[in-house]
Structure formats: structure tokens, C-alpha cells
Design a protein around this ligand. Structure first.
Ligand SMILES: [Mg+2]
Length: 240
């Protein structure tokens, strides 16, 4: 991992505590339209989270003709209930801490772009970029990371992607973006099953210290051997 310049947050389940209500409504729809037990639908929603809901349905009910309709119902419900989605109370301090470190902040979500824009209005000055699901070619993963590299002139090795789902962890691995797990929806053991080297913070407020410490380690490691007695570097790091 290089020096972090851009922190990329997943939204639902990471910055916004929406997973319970999303899973509950998704389970209601799955019970109504596919005859699934509510508790089974709930756990299957969680298990496949991190994907657009339409894709979650394709995983659970491959090529079922009801998928498009049910996905549309779910997205409409989300729009109607957007005012219930607010950032975790600790997010403002986290954003302030990251800004103080001089870092850029982005959101990368597979929730619809219009929903992510709406929710993100709570922090217009702290969040640099808000990326949601726009279509099959623009979503969380490679399209979002490419967009961020181009528009912020950073390499993906200078990003850290923070997410709560196992799919987030897989996406980060596939795209070779450093990942930090937030074990609220899944346990750290489940994340380790996807990536044995994954790091995590719990609670999420630990992220500012985690980044600061990781930067310190990188800068110390990066010191050339011949300059190991060059103290101004170290002094500057610890006083930053
Ligand atoms: Mg999430």
C-alpha cells in the first residue's frame, strides 16, 4: 500500500446504518413474490449485499422473470424512504479527522446515483466525490475506481476502500485496491475467509488512527538506509 490520498467509503452498512431495514424490506418482497421464508430472505439479502439489488436477485433466483419487477419495487421503496437514511453520528468527526490529514473522501455505492447524491447532501463540503450505480457499465468496482483515478489524479494503490460486505472485499481484491473491513454486517472471520490478509477497524471511528499509523509505517520504511539518521523527517511525521 502506498501513502493514502483518497479514502473511498461504501455507503449502506458502512456510513449509513441501513442494512437492517433494507434486508427486512427485501425479505418481505422475496416472501411475497418468490414464497421464501422471511428469515431466509433476510439472511440471503445480507449474504449477497454489496451488489445492486437486481444482481442480488439474479444470484438468488437466476433468470426468474419476476426479478426486474421486484428490483424496481425495491428501488422505489428506497427512494420513498430516503429520509430514514442518515449517516452514523460518528461520521462527521471521522470526515473532519480525514480532512485534517489532508485526505480526499469519496463514496462508492451500488445504491442508485440519485439516492447516494440525496443522502450525501448531509456533508456537502467534506465529501469530494459521490459515485452510485448508474448503469451496468458504471458501478462499484472497476468503473468507479477508474473514474476516481482519472478525476483525482491518484493511483488505486493510493486509495483505501472501506466497506462492510464480503462483496466489497472481493471487489477490492479483484481491482487491487487496498481494503479496510468494517465488521458490522459480517464478522472479521468471514472477511478473513475472503482475504486472509485483510485488515479491519471496529468501531469505524478507528479509521483515522489506522490511516495515520499506516502512513507512519510507510514513511519510516521508505527512509533510505543512508538517511536513517535524518531526524527532521521523523520529527515532521510525529508532529503531523
Ligand atoms: Mg455496504
Amino acid at each position: 500500500m502506498d501513502k493514502v490520498k483518497l479514502v473511498v467509503f461504501d455507503l449502506d452498512g458502512t456510513l449509513v446504518d441501513t442494512m437492517g431495514s433494507f434486508a427486512n424490506h427485501a425479505a418481505t418482497l422475496m416472501e411475497r413474490h418468490y414464497g421464501l421464508l422471511h428469515e431466509t430472505g433476510y439472511s440471503q439479502y445480507i449474504k449477497t449485499s454489496g451488489l445492486p439489488f437486481r444482481q442480488q436477485l439474479e444470484v438468488l433466483f437466476p433468470r426468474n422473470h419476476k426479478n426486474a419487477y421486484v428490483a424496481h419495487q425495491f428501488e422505489e421503496w428506497k427512494v420513498e424512504n430516503l429520509d430514514d437514511a442518515s449517516f452514523r453520528p460518528e461520521v462527521e468527526d471521522i470526515f473532519d479527522g480525514l480532512r485534517d490529514l489532508g485526505l480526499l473522501i469519496a463514496i462508492s455505492s451500488n445504491n442508485l446515483q440519485q439516492n447516494v447524491d440525496y443522502v450525501s447532501q448531509q456533508f456537502p463540503s467534506q465529501i469530494d466525490t459521490v459515485l452510485g450505480f448508474r448503469d451496468d457499465k458504471f458501478h462499484k468496482g472497476e468503473p468507479h475506481f477508474q473514474w476516481l483515478e482519472t478525476h483525482h489524479n491518484v493511483d488505486r494503490s493510493e486509495m483505501i476502500f472501506v466497506g462492510d460486505s464480503l462483496n466489497d472485499c472481493r471487489i477490492a481484491l479483484d481491482c487491487e485496491v487496498p481494503f479496510l473491513a468494517l465488521p458490522t454486517t459480517f464478522s472479521i472471520e468471514q472477511f478473513l475467509g475472503v482475504d486472509p490478509n485483510v485488515d479491519h477497524v471496529d468501531p469505524i471511528t478507528g479509521i483515522v488512527d489506522w490511516i495515520e499509523e499506516s502512513q507512519g509505517q510507510i514513511q519510516t520504511t521508505d527512509l533510505p538506509m543512508a538517511d536513517s539518521s535524518f531526524s527532521p523527517w521523523i520529527g515532521r511525521n510525529t508532529s503531523a
